[in-house]
Design a binder for this molecule. Structure first.
Ligand SMILES: Cc1cc2nc3c(=O)[nH]c(=O)nc-3n(C[C@H](O)[C@H](O)[C@H](O)COP(=O)(O)O)c2cc1C
Length: 419
């Protein structure tokens, strides 16, 4: 049941089973530091009753961002802002975990036209991403060192845990996938070689933060693209992560090429009557749970208390990860645990630019991409509203959200360049 606490292998207590999972905020200042907007946003979420809040992507290297407006932690500059961020969440009654990340080839051209990736396999998506340079051995050693350094600074700033982002087609996920990792050295080829970077990062972070500090890994159950990382490979990687000292494994799926983590199956299209199917990766999670020594958290699609409780009771997951509903109903966890709310809003069918050619199932790749951007932009806009102290606006138009999103990110790129 969602009200029950859970003790992680490192001894850390989570007071209930709901975690707000990572959502990139895009709120950093021109120096890539956290701001008063982060404090405002996370104060609101912290008062909502979730056991913990995972930050959006915090980048380990300011040259390579997932998006302008990411917080970067690579040294002590910006430390006070991090301390205040963690304090604001603690005062609100929750925990703050930092998702630490490197985008690899999924770094927008406007941020860096020459991203760093396992191999020179460019992401073809509306011309938004440059051709990557293949990381050298010394780049790889630097990446491992940076993950550990960033985790250590966040721990020192008072954060309660870190999550290593190895899902959604970012750098560590690119190394895992034979589609994007075409290396023939010790970091490519066999699965153990492709997983070596992730395993080295986990070990280096553990060495830096010590045995009692929670480390989570977010991993794809599958990339859902031809030639990508598969469920069987995921299961094998989890057995290696068992040895590496991971406290919580978040299970997701998809990459920018196939945004599986962003879909939602409407309840009337769920294949069988069991409501736990509302969560998208639950079927895959069962194979993962069978081998995982650490607790797992399935994220994606959970929208009812019944669905969450059923999944917990069946032993298919230990924690419930939820993201988008926090952008519309930031205080749902306490009310759900008190039995005052069962079902969360599902606005997805309205967040489209049109139907047919203009819709999310268009034959045009560009239109499909724009529809995805408009959905993301709609949630980004709700995050920006809450960060400014306003309530979410469920009636926001997807088109204005899309335009607002492009404008917001473009301004942040300019501000960074001018600093
Ligand atoms: C606006 C937005 C931003 C996101 N940013 C991140 C991110 O920074 N890191 C990450 O791992 N996942 C990110 N996600 C994915 C969510 O953590 C989650 O996996 C996904 O939304 C599915 O969960 P849900 O159905 O409860 O929304 C983001 C999702 C949204 C909607």
């Amino acid at each position: 049941m969602i009200e029950q606490s859970l003790v992680l292998p490192c001894g850390h207590l989570l007071p209930n089973r709901i975690i707000k999972t990572a959502m990139t905020e895009g709120l950093a200042n021109a120096h890539d530091h956290a701001t008063a907007s982060h404090l405002q946003l996370y104060r609101t979420w912290a008062q909502g009753g979730a056991a913990a809040l995972v930050t959006g992507n915090i980048m380990i290297d300011r040259r390579y961002l997932e998006r302008a407006g990411n917080v970067v932690v690579e040294d002590d500059t910006g430390l006070y802002a991090l301390i205040n961020w963690a304090r604001a969440v603690h005062e609100g009654g929750s925990q703050l975990w930092a998702q630490i990340s490197h985008p690899g080839r999924q770094c927008p051209r406007l941020v860096n036209a020459h991203p760093l990736a396992p191999s020179e396999v460019q992401l073809q998506l509306a011309g938004n991403f440059g051709k990557p340079r293949a990381a050298t051995d010394s780049d790889i050693q630097d990446i491992i060192r940076r993950f550990a350094n960033t985790a250590g600074i966040l721990k020192d700033a008072g954060f309660d845990g870190v999550q290593i982002h190895a899902a959604h087609g970012y750098l560590l996920s690119q190394f895992l996938s034979p589609r994007t990792n075409q290396r023939n050295d010790q970091w490519g080829g066999s699965l153990i070689n492709r997983a070596s970077l992730l395993l080295s990062v986990v070990r280096a972070v553990r060495e830096r933060v010590g045995a009692s500090f929670p480390i989570s890994v977010k991993l794809n159950s599958s990339d859902f693209v031809n030639g990508g990382f598969t469920l069987d490979e995921c299961v094998q990687v989890v057995t290696w992560l068992n040895e590496a000292g991971v406290d919580l494994l978040e299970v997701s799926g998809g990459t920018y090429e196939q945004l599986a983590f962003f879909q939602h199956t409407p309840q009337d299209q769920v294949r069988d009557s069991t409501r736990h199917r509302e969560a998208m990766f639950l079927e895959y999670a069962q194979s993962i749970k069978a081998v995982a020594a650490m607790p797992i958290m399935v994220t994606g699609g959970f929208r009812t208390k019944t669905g969450m409780d059923d999944a917990l009771k069946a032993g298919h997951t230990d924690m419930i990860g939820v993201a988008r509903p926090f952008c519309l109903d930031p205080s749902f966890p306490s009310r759900m645990m008190a039995g005052l709310v069962d079902t969360l809003p599902v606005p997805e069918s309205r967040l489209v630019l049109g139907s047919g050619y203009w819709g999310p199932n268009s034959k045009s790749e560009t239109m499909r991409g724009l529809n995805n951007f408009s959905q993301a932009g709609w949630y980004y806009s709700q995050i920006e509203r809450m960060a400014a102290g306003d309530a979410p606006n469920p009636n926001l138009s997807p088109l204005s959200a899309l335009l607002g999103h492009f404008w917001h990110d473009f301004l942040r790129v300019l501000r960074r360049r001018r600093r």
